[in-house]
Design a protein around this ligand. Structure first.
Ligand SMILES: C[S@@+](CC[C@H](N)C(=O)[O-])C[C@H]1O[C@@H](n2cnc3c(N)ncnc32)[C@H](O)[C@@H]1O
Length: 219
């Protein structure tokens, strides 16, 4: 099966599951094609700059951008979410498409994955998960040196970007690029932030579960 067809079938399976479990508020196929598939794939150029190796999608929900990115890059992938019900559905859909040898899930907190697999990832993505400062802290301990972190943001405020600068330094990450675009619906604004793991964090990571999101390292 072609990649595009595989991804389209995955979306069908997720929309079917969505009738009984809340995975996405977008229920029309037409809209979902733009907001889930097209949007997931806009950061492919950034992801492809990463060194070879394992890919992870943090806070994957119904598997976006994780599934489309995993298929298009051909990388081994782990899709991470703390809600077991969601990862169970993603796993079932991946399995139905015969992709479970390459794409797996981790059901648990990102902080716990960082304890199990420190420095094992070459590239990570996160969409609609948290503010940049928290995301940087969560991603850093999972990445190998030279690994990349691709953040899909709506519109980051100047304050959020300023806070992210401070935290990036503390967690050994460097901003490589930022790009803005509008999706083909003509209205959805997307910002892609690309960070590289360039050094050692000056704080011990991961901190206790929940700290990155509730008490970011901004002071
Ligand atoms: C708003 S949803 C976004 C889902 C998907 N990335 C998308 O854009 O469609 C955020 C997801 O992140 C998960 N999440 C939030 N904090 C997490 C953490 N610390 N560890 C693992 N998953 C987390 C939530 O369970 C939720 O499914």
């Amino acid at each position: 099966m072609e990649n595009a067809e595989l991804i389209d079938r995955y979306l069908d399976l997720i929309l079917e599951e969505n009738k009984t479990t809340n995975l996405t508020r977008i229920d029309s196929k037409e809209k979902a094609r733009i907001l889930h598939i097209e949007d997931s794939l806009v950061a492919l150029p950034e992801v492809n700059r990463a060194p070879e190796g394992l890919y992870g999608d943090l806070g994957t929900g119904g598997g976006f951008p994780g599934f489309p990115i995993a298929v298009e890059t051909g990388r081994k992938a782990i899709l991470v979410d703390s809600v077991k019900k969601k990862t169970a559905i993603v796993e079932r859909c991946v399995d139905k498409l015969g992709m479970s040898d390459r794409i797996s899930t981790f059901s648990g907190r990102i902080e716990d994955l960082a304890r199990e697999m420190p420095g094992k990832f070459s590239v990570l993505t996160a969409r609609a998960l948290s503010q940049l400062p928290s995301l940087l802290e969560l991603a850093s301990p999972l990445l190998k040196k030279g690994g990349l972190f691709v953040c899909y943001k709506g519109e980051a405020s100047p304050e959020e970007e300023e806070a992210a600068k401070k935290v990036a330094k503390k967690v050994g990450m460097t901003l490589v690029s930022k790009r803005s675009l509008i999706l083909s619906d003509g209205e959805t604004h997307r910002e892609i932030f690309l960070y590289e793991k360039t050094g050692k964090p000056t704080v011990k990571l991961p901190r206790r579960v929940g700290m990155a999101q509730h008490k970011p390292l901004i002071d």
